[in-house]
Design a binder for this molecule. Structure first.
Ligand code: UD1
Ligand code: CA
Length: 420
């Protein structure tokens, strides 16, 4: 099989986002737009991946995986120029080149696979992934001749008359025969109005020389939504969120109300766990089996929760580990905590993890019982099976010994140990 390499175009500023952050670093479901596309390139088994960077290149480059090659586009002269910047890496390469735009996070791996399959099967010089949309504004239109063969792509700004109504548009994803791509790229001239070199002009050039150009259409009309504005970002977010939730439900997680549940793409949740409404689960959160989460819970980055844990309403958990069968049922905050098994976190418990300068750790060992409305000022440790009385403030650097009872403000250990 012919070798395949990928070029991801990510140099643009994204002016329409009106943002200091480069467009491709905006996130949906906790993942950057660029990362969605990198993940696709990886998942289809692409060989080398080249990512063209320009605007705030340093900031973007920091987020790239080590095995991707960053290529600098010095001046943002359009998508054809962006591809041209990768040329030196393709000398002598005889395979196919997949080109993807970094601003189309809804693209599916299966669609990109079909694009490549069609390209290989038809032995075309170029295969374009197209999409039929209700409103083609902003997209390049697919121009076909009387026999239905694609002859050109007309950019939105240049489309006139009936062309403006063409509902079939360019998604910005293509597969090229490498040699044809780079030789015809040279023939693209500057678009006078926009002062850019359009990659899409290559289609007409290929047709002039009677080279074969194929197209394949996406299954749904949203799949290649290009993110150009904040509004697009929100639309894509809504679609991706439902995809994340569906995948979790398919794996045996109950999502009571998908309309009010926000789970980032990287979350891992075990079977028979129930996520109740108005719950937000952020990046890199792991939840075990048979847990009950929410309503109104917020689990923040780096949180790991064991099996059969209950996290109830108005709770926030950040960078915290929680062991099996622990209960935290009502309005509480745990930050930077290591919580054991079968612990009871009473209503209103707060870990004071931030001292104004550093974040400090709270340890609560197995079977401990934290009474309602307690404040644990980190760093602090509550021993195995210890009890903290309701309304206590356990001060910094205290270690409540195993099995003891502590109470008061500041909490003092009571002689005689645990009465429970
Ligand atoms: C592009 C296509 C259009 C297609 C649409 C799909 C061209 C000329 N037009 O338009 O046919 O319907 O995508 O979403 O290709 N980029 C660079 N360097 C540049 C300019 C852009 O790397 O100099 C990158 C951007 O970061 C972006 C991608 O190329 O990821 C597409 O650029 P963008 O300006 O968003 O193109 P569109 O106008 O959306
Ligand atoms: Ca775009």
């Amino acid at each position: 099989m012919k070798a395949l390499r990928t070029i991801i175009l990510a140099a643009g500023k994204g002016a329409r986002m009106k943002s200091e952050l480069p467009k491709v670093l905006h996130t949906v479901c906790g993942k950057t737009l660029l990362q969605y596309i990198i993940d696709i390139a990886k998942s289809i088994g692409s060989g080398k991946i080249f990512i063209v960077l320009g605007y705030k290149r340093d900031v973007v480059q920091m987020t790239l995986p080590k095995d991707a090659t960053a290529v600098l586009q010095k001046r943002l002269l359009g998508t054809a120029d962006a591809v041209r910047c990768t040329q030196k890496f393709f000398r002598g390469f005889r395979g196919d080149v997949l080109i993807l735009c970094a601003d189309t996070p809804l693209l599916r791996k299966t669609t990109v696979k079909s694009l490549i399959r069609k390209h290989k099967k038809t032995k075309a010089a170029c295969t374009v992934l197209t999409m039929v949309v209700h409103n083609p504004d902003g997209y390049g239109r697919i121009i076909r001749d009387e026999s239905g063969r694609v002859v050109a792509i007309r950019e939105d700004k240049d489309a006139v008359g009936l062309e403006r109504n063409i509902a079939e548009v360019n998604t910005g994803a293509y597969c090229f025969r490498s040699q044809d791509l780079f030789s015809f790229l040279k023939g693209i001239s500057l678009n006078a109005e926009k002062k850019e070199f359009y990659l899409t002009d290559i289609i007409a050039l290929l047709k002039e020389k009677d080279l074969r150009v194929e197209t394949i259409e996406t299954e749904d009309s949203k799949e290649a939504l290009g993110i150009n504005t904040r509004e697009d970002l929100a639309v894509a977010g809504a679609v991706l969120r439902q995809r994340v939730l569906k995948e979790l439900m398919d794996q045996g997680v109950s999502i009571v109300d998908p309309q009010t549940t926000y789970i980032d793409a990287s979350a891992k949740i075990g079977k028979d766990t129930m996520i109740r409404p108005f719950t937000v689960i952020e990046n890199n959160v792991t939840i075990g089996r048979e847990c009950m989460i929410g309503p109104f819970a917020r689990l923040r980055a780096g949180t790991r929760i064991g099996d059969a844990v209950e996290v109830g309403n108005f709770t926030e958990i950040s960078r915290t580990r929680i062991g099996h069968r622990t209960l935290m049922k009502h309005f509480s905050f745990l930050g930077d905590a290591l919580v054991g098994k079968k612990v009871n976190i009473g209503a209103g418990t707060v870990t004071a993890n931030f001292d104004g300068k550093d974040k400090n750790t709270t340890r609560i060992d197995d079977n401990a019982f934290i009474g309602s409305d307690s404040v644990l000022i980190a760093p602090v440790r509550i021993g195995r099976g210890a009890i903290v009385g309701a309304g206590s403030v356990v001060t910094r650097n205290k270690h409540i010994p195993e099995g003891k009872v502590a109470m008061g403000v500041p909490a003092k250990v009571i002689v005689g140990g645990r009465k429970r």
